[in-house]
Design a protein around this ligand. Structure first.
Ligand code: PEP
Ligand code: MG
Length: 593
């Protein structure tokens, strides 16, 4: 057995997604195990009771799935029902049942444990299959297994465990909902096998200032609960079992990081104005209304992106119109903020509400998400639109539709919003007179037809997270292709330039609210493009303001011209990194780019 003395020190390199340094103890979190207890049966007389319990959970699971199937049929027709049928078939599969029963009998273990063993056995078999499609179907077994497990343990919801304040979560993957829960449970940091820089899990980690490294591929196999761990969220490093010297180095780094954050705060409330007087509007991106004070204290002038889908996440029931309304009212009327851009919900992709209507899709990033989902579920959409329209009477409101890929979607969304406003007014309910309507530009087709779209909206907001994903064909949550995710790819820069030029030609404002907007290294390029508004994680605002205030528009345009002349992403990256490092030596140290 290992003792502390024998523990070997090593460093793992992943993708740093949320800066900061934490030093603490590892807690290996397996979402699957977290909700169930495994135990041995006291004696053989309990075997039959255990088998009965297992079969009752199977029956209950089948009942639930049939209910889901009926609801799905009413909503979406026959096709999605097949997925449910497959799940019911797994539940009834003789081998699935017999193996579990056999494990209970032979090993005298509880039903949860036996079921987990059956699932692991299936997983092993599927992992050996060559066919990629079949291999991926193991998720169906996992899904069914989890349902039965939940029913066995009384239908408890899965949740990130409450752990000691100094712990760092190590997991295969975490959902945005898990990350939100971590904020509540005061987790210090996390490191995962999977994930990319612009996954929503990463975005939430940055928003709640939990240092995090993702895409480590096998950290869950290399680290055990209680190992000493250091997370360096800016450099993307995880140090496991550090020696005392290493701990000292990182304690110094930690102090330096905190000091730098405090220094940047001096810029928070200064205007984002270049030396030659070019003014950029600065917005904060928020996922929860609890982040409003942070947006204000870090210097946001308004909210440039409220990701309202987070109202749905971690909920068992759909939020009511009143719940929506109270959130939107607090955002639009927040003291210290001049405006709020409320994005209608973008569920799907890597953000899931536990509602079965959002059935798992093979390719969720390109599936029924965001505006597509809203236009299919009009009644659900209207609940949110009514709440936004009502809130608009309390402060400057901008509404924004996500994932617009064609003009029909925009027209349809606007039409529904108009109807909602008309109905409210007919009922004597006040609605703001000057709600601005905008769209996110995050699908390449929207860039191509930006001239047409510009005629029908008040503003564009460029969502680089998705725009890059779709333009370069890189799944934003897949750690294996993260190396290709490059905002400085000439194709991406040309797309952004096109949107801004077309928007300005049509006389509308162009904002950016993807992660690119909050990365200081890109700021001069965006200034050179004459972006009107940058919206970002509030914690990023002070440093971005410092860079803006140290730049001129003239110099930014010259930089842009040079950048646009390169033909490859690597040349641009090298040039821009060197330029910014020379220009702002304190802000751009090697590990921060
Ligand atoms: C984006 O795609 O850039 C964006 C801001 O939206 P989200 O990250 O929520 O998809
Ligand atoms: Mg997006």
């Amino acid at each position: 057995m290992d003792t502390d003395v024998e523990k070997k020190s090593f460093v793992l390199k992943g993708i740093g997604v949320s800066p900061g340094i934490v030093i603490g103890k590892a807690f290996l979190y397996d979402r699957f195990d977290a909700q169930v207890s495994f135990y041995k049966l006291r004696d053989k007389s309990l075997v039959n009771k255990e088998i009965k319990r297992f079969k009752a959970a199977l029956k209950e699971s089948e009942k639930q799935l049939l209910k889901v199937k009926n609801e799905l049929f009413e909503l979406a027709g026959r096709e999605p029902m097949y997925i449910i049928d497959v799940h019911i078939m797994i539940l009834k599969d003789k081998m699935f049942i017999n193996h579990t029963v056999q494990y209970i009998r032979d090993m005298l273990i509880n039903a949860e444990w036996a079921l987990k063993m059956t699932i692991d056995r299936y997983r092993e078999i599927f992992e050996k299959v060559e066919d990629e499609y079949l291999k991926s179907r193991v998720s169906d077994i996992h899904f069914v297994g989890q349902r039965v497990l939940r029913n066995l343990s009384g239908g408890r919801q899965e949740e990130v465990p409450k752990i000691d304040g100094k712990d760092i979560i190590i997991a295969i993957d975490l959902s945005p909902a898990d990350t939100a829960q971590m904020m509540i449970n005061k987790v210090q940091g996390f490191a995962t096998d999977m994930g990319g820089k612009t996954s929503h899990t990463a975005i939430v980690a940055r928003a709640v200032a939990i240092p995090a490294v993702v895409g480590l591929e096998s950290i869950t196999k290399l680290v055990r609960t209680n190992d000493d761990i250091i997370i360096d969220g800016a450099a993307g490093l995880v140090v496991v079992n550090p020696d005392p010297e290493m701990i000292k180095v990182y304690e110094d780094k930690q102090r330096h990081f905190q000091q730098a954050q405090e220094d940047y705060l001096r810029y928070a409330h200064l205007p984002a104005l270049t030396v030659d007087d070019y003014k950029v509007e600065i917005g904060g991106n928020i996922e929860f209304i609890e982040e409003i004070p942070s947006a204000v204290s870090h210097g946001a002038e308004g909210i440039g992106l409220y990701r309202t889908e987070f109202i749905y996440i971690n909920k068992e029931k759909l939020p009511t119109e009143e719940e929506h309304f109270s959130h939107y009212k607090s955002v639009v009327s927040a003291e210290g903020l001049q405006w709020a851009t409320i994005r209608t919900f973008d569920l799907g992709g890597d953000k899931f509400y536990s509602d079965p209507k959002l059935a798992k899709e093979m390719n969720p990033q390109m599936g029924l998400r965001a505006i597509r989902f809203c236009l299919k579920e009009v009644e659900l959409f209207k609940v949110q639109l009514r709440a936004i329209a009502r809130a608009s009477a309390f402060g400057k409101t901008r509404i924004m539709f996500p994932m617009i890929s064609g003009i029909e979607e925009l027209r349809e969304a606007k039409k529904i919003f108009c109807e909602v406003k008309r109905d409210l007014r007919a009922q004597g309910i006040p609605v703001g007179e000057d709600i601005e309507i905008g769209i996110m530009i995050e699908v390449p087709s929207a860039v191509v037809i930006a001239d047409e779209l510009a005629k029908e909206v008040d503003f564009f907001s460029i969502g680089t997270n998705d725009l890059i994903q779709y333009a370069l064909a890189i799944d934003r949550i897949n750690e294996r292709v993260t190396y290709l995710y490059e905002p400085l790819h000439p194709a991406v820069l040309r797309l952004i330039k096109q949107v801004i030029d077309i928007g300005h030609g049509a006389g509308i404002r162009v904002a950016m609210c993807g992660e690119m907007a909050g990365e200081p290294v890109y700021i001069m390029i965006l200034l050179g493009l004459e972006i009107d508004e940058l919206s970002m994680n509030p914690l990023a605002i002070p440093k971005v303001k410092k860079v803006i205030r140290g730049s001129t528009l003239k110099e930014s345009k010259e930089l842009l011209e040079k950048v646009m002349a390169f033909s490859s992403a690597s040349e641009i990256r090298e040039f821009v990194n060197n330029y910014m490092r020379t220009r702002f030596p304190d802000e751009f140290q090697l590990s921060e780019q």
